[in-house]
Design a protein around this ligand. Structure first.
Ligand code: GUN
Ligand code: FE
Length: 444
């Protein structure tokens, strides 16, 4: 058997929500269809012959002692058009930030050349940061959304892409809104067909996603139409849910229901739905998400600015809710999931200890909230993969070959494997990500 690529080296991979597995030396063998066909341990009798064959075929990549293979990361929530605003105006409340900074920027994607310029740069930046799959909000403009899909194909990233639907004239500016519910739904359906057509040209399929921006941006008619489309085409759905007190209050005031119940009422909470943030979901909502198998995209950096609370990741996981990690560019300032892994751990620690120094320790925080860096790594890999029904996020036979090779600079001590893993999670920067593979193809 000959393989398209054989990587020889050490690896870390999630084995559960709290544990990782480490292999010191192995051959990771990729086939022509972009899958990991075989993982051969150093002790396996076939090791030497497979290595020799790969060497003879010039398909062997042997890593340095300070290099490690990890699964590629999955960004489970990112607004591609907001990339030019990353880091801007994070001191404003959500609705003001949307009106003053975000909608004016997104409106510019009427200009397809501008879209291409931004999206070409963004996809390369994300791949360079080790993000091999991303679930994107686009804009209302299908020509621009197609540019995003083309950039994913050109540079080699697996994209899930949504034409944003936002037709509520009371909550969207007249210069940036769908002209009616019918237009929002028709354009969404048009984008599904356009993307399916584009996919005929590539093996790296891009998936269309039903994308009501969030309850306040949409009318009941568009929510209904989008729910119908999700069922008709059996496609993923994405939106924001209970991100802020303001958003929660909007649903209660206008629908006399909780934000999650509104989305459910219109058929948008399916087992292929990914809801961003959920910082203010309550036990009723957790039960609903769990029963409907809805996933949460945890965006810990963004939540510091707009979330009004910390998502209790352990409580969410205890409810058996699928959970992954998102950057939420530009609600979050960083395109790096490493940064979001770190913030997920830090925020969970602050939730556990509490932050009001005038309270006694036993009243200050929420016991049992701290997550480990291993759990945050799980969110960025397998948790995201499960949320998108993808066979990836893990280094094992039969999984998609979405991988990153990272090098550790600060490797002066003899380390335990846990030490090495923690240092990788906390210290890796873009410059340390040496190789990236998506579906078996090297893209960095
Ligand atoms: N809610 C509705 N739109 C947005 C957005 O673009 N970013 C964030 N963080 N929340 C939203
Ligand atoms: Fe968002």
């Amino acid at each position: 058997m000959s393989y398209s690529t054989v990587i020889e080296g050490a690896s870390f991979s999630p084995s559960s929500q709290t544990e990782i597995s480490y292999q010191a030396r192995q051959l990771i063998c990729l086939d022509n269809n972009g899958y990991i066909a075989r993982v051969i341990a150093h002790t396996d009798p076939d090791y030497a012959t497979v290595k020799q064959t790969a060497q003879a075929n010039d398909t062997l990549t042997t890593l340095q002692p300070n290099q490690y293979v990890l699964p590629g990361f999955i960004d489970l929530h990112i607004h591609a058009p907001q990339w030019p605003n990353a880091g801007l105006a994070l001191d404003r409340p959500l609705n003001e930030w949307l009106d003053t900074y975000t909608f004016p920027l997104e409106a510019k994607y009427q200009d397809t050349d501008f879209a291409k310029l931004v999206y070409d740069g963004l996809i390369q930046e994300l791949l360079a940061n080790g993000t091999t799959t991303a679930l994107y909000f686009g804009t209302i403009h299908n020509a621009a959304n197609l540019e995003l899909a083309k950039a994913c194909i050109q540079y080699g990233q697996r994209g899930f892409i949504g034409k944003v639907a936002m037709d509520n004239p009371e909550q969207t500016p007249d210069y940036y809104q769908d002209a009616s519910a019918q237009v929002a739904v028709d354009q969404t359906e048009q984008f599904i067909h356009q993307l399916n057509e584009l996919n005929q040209t590539t093996d790296l399929k891009q998936t269309p996603v039903i994308t009501p921006r969030f309850v306040p941006s949409c009318t009941p008619a568009s929510l209904q139409g989008l729910g119908d489309l999700a069922r008709k085409y059996d496609l993923p759905v994405q939106s924001h849910c209970s991100e802020s007190d303001w958003e929660n209050g909007y649903a209660l005031e206008h629908y006399h229901m909780r934000d999650a119940d509104v989305l459910d009422h219109y058929g948008l909470l399916t087992d292929k739905a990914v809801m961003a943030h959920g910082t203010l979901l309550n036990d009723h909502d957790y039960d609903l998400f769990s029963q409907k198998q809805v996933a949460i995209a945890h965006c810990p950096i963004s939540n510091v600015y707009f979330g009004n609370a910390v998502l209790p990741v352990n409580r969410v996981l205890a409810h058996h809710i699928k959970t992954g990690l998102g950057t939420d560019i530009s609600g979050g300032y960083s395109p790096s999931l490493y940064q979001n892994i770190r913030q997920a751990v830090m925020s969970s620690r602050m939730l556990q200890d509490g932050v009001d120094n005038q309270l006694l320790p036993d009243k200050r925080g929420v016991d049992g909230s701290a997550i480990s860096v291993k759990t945050a790594f799980y969110l960025a890999t397998l948790g995201g993969a499960e949320s998108l029904h993808l066979q990836t996020g893990k280094i094992a036979e039969g999984y998609l070959a979405d991988l990153q090779v990272v090098s550790m600079q600060n490797d002066f001590q003899t380390e335990t494997t846990d030490n090495i893993f923690e240092k990788l999670m906390y210290q890796t920067s873009k410059a340390d990500i040496n190789q990236v593979y998506v579906q078996g193809t090297r893209v960095k």
